[in-house]
Design a protein around this ligand. Structure first.
Ligand code: AMP
Length: 217
């Protein structure tokens, strides 16, 4: 899954993985676990994440390589949030070649930046169950508290402040956007509009991933 912050890569990636009966490998989630467990790597990564910066390539490549070594990845997987830089993409190609696997499709979710900033500013999470909400479209029933924990007030993610959001887009433009060309040059890129109802986006992703035949008249 490729796309700017807030395009829905995580949500849609999870659905794609469920549809393909394969694991979702989300580097954002792997990092959040390391942060929650306060491992040395987690503490270092947290400083970079909270500032809206990318975590070092060396750390990210090692984490993904470790995750791919687990036995559930043999029949394929969906990657969300990796690669985010050209060196990460090159490392992924090498790792996959060693495993005799290859990327089937790079699904590039496209949404304009203004809309994304509004979406990111509206994101909230429940501090108890981590359920995600969005005041723009996926609001909780009473607008403030978790539907499953009615006394718990939702919070803004640490990396969703306005200054951090701006920094994350800068990182995206400088380091991640070049991947569009990287994958286009090798004919692996599939562009999918990321606006409109989530079910429509999901169907378009499945089609582009070659998972269902396109509907013909
Ligand atoms: P995400 O949940 O995918 O938006 O990731 C949250 C944060 O984790 C990002 O803003 C980065 O700081 C860090 N991160 C996740 N994946 C990567 C990656 N592949 N390379 C560098 N940093 C990453």
């Amino acid at each position: 899954m490729l796309g700017a912050p807030g395009t829905g890569k995580g949500t849609q990636g999870r659905r794609l993985a469920a549809a393909g009966h394969c694991p979702l490998i989300s580097t954002g989630e792997i990092l959040s676990e390391a942060v929650a467990q306060a491992t040395p790597l987690g503490l270092e990564a947290r400083r970079q994440m909270d500032a809206g910066r990318l975590v070092d390539d060396r750390v990210m490549i090692a984490l993904v390589s470790e995750r791919l070594a687990r036995p559930d990845t043999g029949e394929g997987f969906v990657l969300d949030g990796f690669p985010r830089t050209v060196p990460q993409a090159e490392a992924l190609d090498t790792l996959l070649a060693e495993r005799r696997q290859e990327i089937e499709s790079v699904l590039y979710l496209q949404v304009d930046e203004d809309r994304l900033v509004r979406r990111l500013l509206g994101r909230r999470e429940c501090p108890v169950c981590m359920r995600a909400y969005n005041l723009e479209g996926m609001a909780p029933r009473d607008g403030r508290h978790c539907d499953d924990h009615p006394t718990v007030e939702l919070r803004v993610r640490a990396d969703d402040s306005e200054a951090t959001i701006r920094q994350r887009f800068e990182e995206y433009r400088a380091k991640t956007a070049p991947l569009v060309e990287y994958y286009e040059a090798t004919h692996r890129l599939r562009r999918v509009p990321g606006t409109g109802p989530a079910d429509g986006v999901f169907s378009a992703l499945l089609r582009e991933a070659g998972r269902v035949p396109p509907v013909t008249a």
